[in-house]
Design a protein around this ligand. Structure first.
Ligand code: AMP
Length: 417
């Protein structure tokens, strides 16, 4: 038997129904905030991610699905969307036509991680990118949007963690001091942690290793103490706006996030409802990315959120949501063509969903199936009643039925709607 690839998921109609419903609300929410949808290709040149996400990050080092195309070009399934959005922004030179661009996206991303609950190899992200403003109100808008999305979906026990990494210039000094402060504990580090410390010291702050976390807590300097006064002012203004908006947050000086392109503000929203993989979404400012990828110097900020984790937090994973308005119950094979035509007429004229059984099951089974589909009504074509051209209309919710003439079916439902 050929099976799906580890870390990928088949979505059946109930799952898709839930996801489409969430997407509908998301699109509505993001649109009223002035963000428009952008769709970029699922694969890009590998270089794009190496140069943006960062060559020494876990994502680029070991998690990307990369292959060499027939023309020798290295291609990669996108592990995230920001790089692609910025690539598109640069390629179309959007800054020439608009001073600020606000995009949102929803789509699949791919990372070869060790699968577990809430962690997949093909997962789905939604997110926003606001490109053009370096003012703190833009950061606050993005953070508050992320928070309000989870509120909109009824998720409680949210924790909003924010921090500032300052501008790139202070990063170098911090990286050196961090390395220096942890040098004497090298014996406690494994090979990959030593490598991180060498190549990309900030990444060590992301470690899940409890022993190393403790060493860091007790010995490492805090990046927040390295940022400039301007960066601090920027951060203070964000906090002021979040206070005004009644958005609870925690200033977590240890928060650095796992991608290289962040500058100044970084944030993450977590939920107790999630378990080990507790991050619902993460984001931050990336003021140098547009320029680094070959565009003009344009500041930007965004967030990315996992759709599967939202579903887990909403507890929608196993919910049955299938429904139909009208189920036509029929056992008379000679009237099947007319039944199918009737179903079509009802769908067209009333715009409601109509289900017709094609298994030629017993009346009892069809009624049971109607119940399972949460049908509101059944139209029952019964041999005896048909002799007088009458049918039963059964109201499934109230468990009562009426007898009407077949020609009155449409008008019956018109009155009812
Ligand atoms: P990142 O791009 O790593 O900042 O991730 C942003 C969000 O995407 C996370 O907070 C998660 O909600 C989600 N996410 C990241 N990686 C995965 C994964 N492998 N499986 C499911 N969701 C993920």
């Amino acid at each position: 038997m050929i099976k799906s690839i580890k870390g990928t998921k088949d979505l059946l109609p109930t799952d898709v129904f839930n996801i489409q419903d969430i997407e509908k609300h998301l699109v509505q929410f993001l649109s009223i905030h002035g963000y428009g949808e952008i769709r970029t290709p699922i694969f890009e040149s590998t270089e794009l991610f190496a140069r943006s996400v960062g060559e020494h990050t876990d994502i680029v080092n070991k998690e990307m699905y990369t292959w060499i195309d027939q023309n020798g070009q290295s291609l990669t399934l996108r592990p995230e969307m920001t790089a692609s959005v910025i690539r598109a922004y640069i390629q179309k030179q959007i800054w020439k036509s608009e001073p600020i661009s606000k995009y949102f996206y929803i789509g699949p991303a791919f990372r070869r991680e060790r699968p577990q609950k809430g962690r997949l190899r093909q997962f789905h992200q939604f997110g926003v990118e606001s490109i053009g403003s370096d003012n703190p109100e833009q950061d606050a808008e993005v953070i508050s949007m992320a928070y309000n999305i989870y509120k909109m979906f009824g998720i409680e026990k949210l924790s909003v963690n924010i921090n500032s990494l300052g501008s790139i210039d202070c990063r170098q000094k911090y990286s050196n001091d961090l390395k220096e402060s942890l040098k004497k504990f090298k014996n406690d580090f494994n090979e990959s942690e030593i490598k991180r410390l060498e190549n990309n010291p900030l990444r060590i702050l992301d470690t899940k290793n409890k022993k190393i976390r403790k060493i860091i807590e007790e010995n490492a300097p805090s990046i927040f103490n390295y940022i400039s006064n301007d960066d601090k002012k920027h951060f203070d203004m964000i906090k002021k706006i979040l206070n005004e908006l009644n958005i609870p947050y925690i200033h977590d000086q240890g928060l650095v996030r796992g991608l290289d392109y962040y500058t100044k503000t970084v944030f993450e929203i977590t939920s107790d409802a999630l378990g080990a993989q507790d991050a619902l979404c993460g984001g931050g400012r990336y003021d140098n990315l547009v320029e680094n990828l070959g565009g003009k110097s344009v500041p930007a900020i965004g967030f990315a959120a996992g759709l599967e984790r939202l579903l887990i937090a909403m507890n929608l994973e196993n919910e049955e949501n299938m429904f139909t308005d009208i189920y036509i119950v029929n056992q008379e094979t000679q009237i099947i063509p007319q039944i199918m035509n009737l179903a079509d007429i009802i769908r067209k004229e009333l715009g409601v969903s109509v289900y017709v059984d094609s298994l030629r099951r017993s009346m009892k089974s069809q009624l049971r199936h109607a119940d399972k589909l949460n049908a509101k009504y059944c139209i029952i074509f019964d041999y005896e009643k048909l002799k007088t051209e009458k049918v039963y209309i059964k109201n499934m919710n109230e468990n009562e039925q009426q007898i009407i003439h077949v020609e009155k079916i449409i008008s019956y439902f018109e009155q009812d709607s």
